[in-house]
Design a protein around this ligand. Structure first.
Ligand SMILES: Nc1ncnc2c1ncn2[C@@H]1O[C@H](COP(=O)(O)OP(=O)(O)O)[C@@H](O)[C@H]1O
Ligand SMILES: [Mg+2]
Length: 238
């Protein structure tokens, strides 16, 4: 298949995610072009995490198509998807607390594409991690652990990073640092899908956004062109 320059990096069509009979994600269409930051906002239970997990082949049963760089990856195992260049920074970070920072980072290196970024480059982006490289991840602060989770994803050399509520439970100053890092990462040409409950932050950083409501896309657009009232109406569905 010939890929034109304008082809989306990720093209999701009519994606549904089921847990038994329950449909957590319902016929979602979503695209990400190379180098874009796309935010997904939505209330608790709207299906945001189920959507991100489905893209990397985890979680519920899926129907619909997920194309990455022109290939349908919907039936691929997670390892192959990560190897192709999609990295998930999962909700709750999912680090190995007794392993050191460096050991946690190496896990990203082991599963990914192995080009691009080295551990030293990740340490340049996150100098704090270099200082703490021999410290068990479980001893770091929440913000520092989130940086390890981002660093681990970067070491798999992704072209697309899916970030699930990276700011949850962190102090505003730390969240500012994380968002500055995301923009740095994006400037390297890496596409980012950002799931957030903090609507202001999600809209400020994004080129485009989608709002999920009860598993469906209730609104999609460009943040600066969309009024706050419109967003809130589609966020709460009333
Ligand atoms: N493993 C699971 N088994 C059954 N239901 C689930 C599972 N994970 C999520 N759900 C349900 O799917 C819906 C969407 O959840 P989720 O994707 O976590 O939403 P969000 O990330 O937007 O808060 C919720 O109703 C949730 O209870
Ligand atoms: Mg979630």
């Amino acid at each position: 298949m010939v890929i034109t320059p304008s082809a989306p990096l990720l093209a999701v069509e009519k994606l549904s995610v089921f847990y038994d009979q329950f449909r957590a994600v319902d016929s979602v269409d979503l695209t990400v072009t190379p180098g874009e930051i796309v935010s997904i906002i939505g209330a608790n239970g709207a299906g945001k995490s189920s959507f991100l997990k489905a893209i990397v082949g985890q979680g519920g049963r899926v129907a619909g198509s997920i194309r990455f760089d022109g290939q349908d990856i919907a039936a691929w195992p997670t390892s192959r998807i990560v190897g192709a260049g999609i990295a998930l920074v999962p909700e709750g970070r999912r680090l190995f607390p007794t392993l050191t920072v460096e050991e946690n980072l190496r896990l990203g290196w082991d599963v990914g594409r192995r080009g691009g970024m080295t551990a030293e480059e990740v340490f340049d982006l996150f100098p704090m991690l270099r200082e703490k490289r021999r410290v068990p991840a479980g001893q770091l602060s929440g913000g520092q652990q989130q940086m390890v989770a981002l660093g681990r994803a970067l070491l798999s050399d992704p072209r697309l990073m899916l970030c699930d509520e990276i700011s949850l439970g962190l102090a505003p100053a730390i969240v500012n640092d994380l968002y500055a890092l995301l923009e740095k990462i994006n400037r390297r040409g890496i596409g980012i899908v950002l799931v957030e409950q903090d609507i202001s932050r999600a809209l400020n950083v994004a080129h485009r956004f989608y709002c999920f409501l009860e598993g469906r896309v209730s609104l999609a657009g460009v943040p600066r062109a969309t009024g706050r009232e419109t967003v809130m109406k589609h966020y709460f569905g009333s």
